[in-house]
Design a protein around this ligand. Structure first.
Ligand SMILES: [Zn+2]
Length: 156
């Protein structure tokens, strides 16, 4: 799977796990290229900035690559922010597209998308359910207004 980190925090490289290739922006200074290569190396078989990835960076830090500690923190932060943003969008999509679903059904799908067991998912993202309920209420209200308007004009 192709992974681009052009927009990530300080990532100027790319790791293509499937074709076993690492890319580094050749415009960088030597030391920066070396760090980017190591960062991308940590992505082998591990495309996200999740726990496994940050554990690898922390291991590098233990081996003397002191910069990797900060990179691990930045990467973990970036991962959390993006995971939250991505999930918020999926919550809206599920609520609006599957108005008939119960929370249990929606949660199963959302948890699967985030690679969590449903209960772990609910603990990790406690805001997901209220957000889903709000989206659903709004979608229902919209549907009702539409039905009322349609009935009103049909009566004329
Ligand atoms: Zn990365």
């Amino acid at each position: 799977m192709a992974r681009r980190h052009i927009n990530g925090p300080g990532h100027r490289g790319e790791c293509l796990t499937a074709s076993k290739r690492l890319f580094v922006n050749p415009g960088l200074a030597d030391e920066q290229q070396r760090r980017v290569l190591l960062h991308e190396m940590c992505h082998i078989g591990c495309p996200s900035h999740g726990k496994k990835f940050t554990a690898r960076l922390r291991r590098l830090a233990e081996l003397g690559e002191t910069w990797a500690t900060e990179d691990a923190e930045r990467s973990a932060h970036w991962h959390r922010v993006n995971a939250n943003r991505l999930l918020r969008q999926m919550v809206t999509d599920v609520a609006v597209d599957r108005l008939e679903w119960s929370w249990i059904q929606a949660r199963r799908v959302l948890a699967g998308q985030m690679h969590f067991q449903p209960m772990v998912f609910e603990r990790t993202y406690p805001w997901a359910r209220p957000a889903w309920e709000k989206e659903k209420r709004e979608a229902r209200a919209f549907q009702q207004r539409y039905a009322q308007l349609k009935a009103k004009f049909a009566a004329k």
